[in-house]
Design a protein around this ligand. Structure first.
Ligand code: ARG
Length: 457
């Protein structure tokens, strides 16, 4: 494709280090779509004849069929998907194939193809995230009143509901959806027609190609258009953040599924056994989501490092933009699917959760709050009195509400028997009905809003 000024061909090492076809063949659909849009525009602008354009488009369609049927051939001499396709086009239709590359360079071509690929991928991931949101909301609704211990420092803090806990992840995933949608909107400008770096002297119509490929507009600066990979970095940043959320949820499942917790039985379909310990059922899928998150964040770092020192405009370093994006996209799709399956299939052991919520003096704050409300004691003092009650209960090895009224009044005479109503875990969660709190009526209200947003019955 470029041998005119060379006396010798590339060495084997040059061919190997230069070849991106092993990975960029994944862009073939986008490459063909962009070429069809480009040549249709060239014909409309009288830069190539209608007959040549029709032959080129028919040839590209045939190549698409071949790729779909047989895969993309990998010939390192042809370097990348762009030259592989153009070489095949020449075989199929002869010299007219050479007109396709008029007013275009591989620099704007690859920038366009890659944007299209990232856009398609984000659309698919957004579908996956909507499925995860639906699963979270459905299980949250089922468990809007199921009581479990809430933790800080992984120490029992206050009772919450499982529905509330799951809806926390719904909120995180909603922000991930927004991040991908914002990245998509920023990405949606078309580099095609920027040519190598400076634009072209041919009378092209960039609005026409932008529109044909579903972009909102053509990019405004040809130098920026061929050297910008922000869209890929935006994608990787959103993917990293999303993976972080999935990893935290995965970690909850790992903890909850452990025997001392016993809060959940993992679905068999997302667990594995041990080859030596017959009793084992390991949460491997959750652990791998946790592990894959490290790799996804690594992909973001990799591309940031690739880009950080590059002058304008295109440099070949940028060919390395694709592997981390492909890897992160594949891993994230798997992680979303695994976590959706886990949420859908988890067998929550609500009785265990409730018992755990009753341990660890989870309603101590309720005693302090009661002292403030019923006896008008300043909160700091109430906190101190409650601490003494917890200490006494602990020394007796009993729950807070198992202390006798005598014992409680010995600590502070202002306590009376109405206090017991405040000390149950049910009373504790029901009391937390501030907006966004864990009270079941609050959780149900947030679920109703989420369902309306997701357009669920
Ligand atoms: N395979 C190249 C890439 O992925 C295509 C662009 C090549 N452009 C160039 N000036 N060598 O970046």
């Amino acid at each position: 494709m470029w041998g005119g000024r060379f006396a010798a061909g590339p060495s084997a090492i040059m061919r190997e280090i230069n070849a991106s076809i092993p990975f960029d063949k994944r862009l073939w659909k986008q490459d063909i779509a962009a070429s069809c849009a480009h040549v249709a525009m060239l014909a409309a602008c009288d830069i190539v004849s209608d007959a040549d354009a029709q032959a080129i488009i028919a040839g590209l369609e045939k190549i698409a069929d071949e790729y779909a049927r047989d895969g993309v051939p990998e010939n390192w001499d042809l370097e990348d998907i762009h030259m592989t396709t153009e070489a095949r086009l020449a075989e199929l239709i002869g010299p007219a194939a050479g007109r396709l590359h008029t007013a275009r360079s591989r620099n704007d071509q690859v920038a366009t193809d890659f944007r299209l690929w990232v856009r398609d991928t984000m659309d698919a991931l957004l579908q996956g995230l909507a499925g995860l949101q639906r699963a979270l909301v459905a299980r949250a609704e089922e468990h809007a009143g199921s009581i479990m211990p809430g933790f800080t420092h992984l120490q029992t803090a206050q009772p919450v509901t499982l529905g509330h806990h799951l809806m926390a992840y719904y909120e995180m995933v909603s922000r991930d959806v927004a991040r991908f949608a914002e990245a998509r909107a920023r990405l949606n400008q078309c580099p095609l027609g920027s040519a190598a770096l400076a634009g072209t002297g041919f009378p092209i119509d960039r609005d026409m190609t932008a529109q044909a490929l579903g972009f909102a507009a053509p990019t405004a600066n040809s130098l920026d258009a061929v050297s910008d990979r922000d869209f890929a970095l935006d994608f990787l940043a959103a993917a990293s953040q999303c993976a972080l959320h999935l990893s935290r949820l995965a970690e909850e499942f790992v903890i909850w599924a452990s025997q001392p917790f016993g809060f959940v039985r993992m679905p068999d379909t997302l667990s594995t056994g041990s080859s030596i310990m017959p009793q084992k059922k390991n949460p491997d899928a959750a652990e791998l989501v946790r592990g894959h998150t490290g790799r996804i964040v690594g992909c973001q770092m990799a591309l940031m490092m690739t880009m950080k020192g590059l002058p304008l405009a295109y440099s070949k370093d940028m060919q390395d933009d694709k592997p981390p994006v492909f890897e992160a996209a594949d891993l994230l799709a798997l992680c979303i699917a695994a976590m959706t399956g886990m949420v859908e299939g988890a067998d929550f052991r609500t009785e265990r959760m409730r018992q755990a919520a009753e341990l660890g003096y989870a309603t101590a704050t309720d005693l302090a709050d009661w002292l403030v409300r019923a006896a008008d004691i300043p909160f700091r003092e109430a906190h101190h009195i409650t601490g003494a009650a917890v200490k006494l209960a602990e020394s007796k090895g009993i729950a807070l509400d198992a202390l006798s009224l005598e014992d409680l009044q010995a600590i502070d005479a202002r306590i009376d028997d109405r206090v017991y109503a405040a000390l149950s875990v049910e009373a504790s969660v029901a009391a937390r009905h501030s907006y966004g709190g864990t009270a079941p009526d609050q959780v149900r209200a947030r679920i109703a809003e989420a369902k309306a947003r997701l357009e669920i019955e």
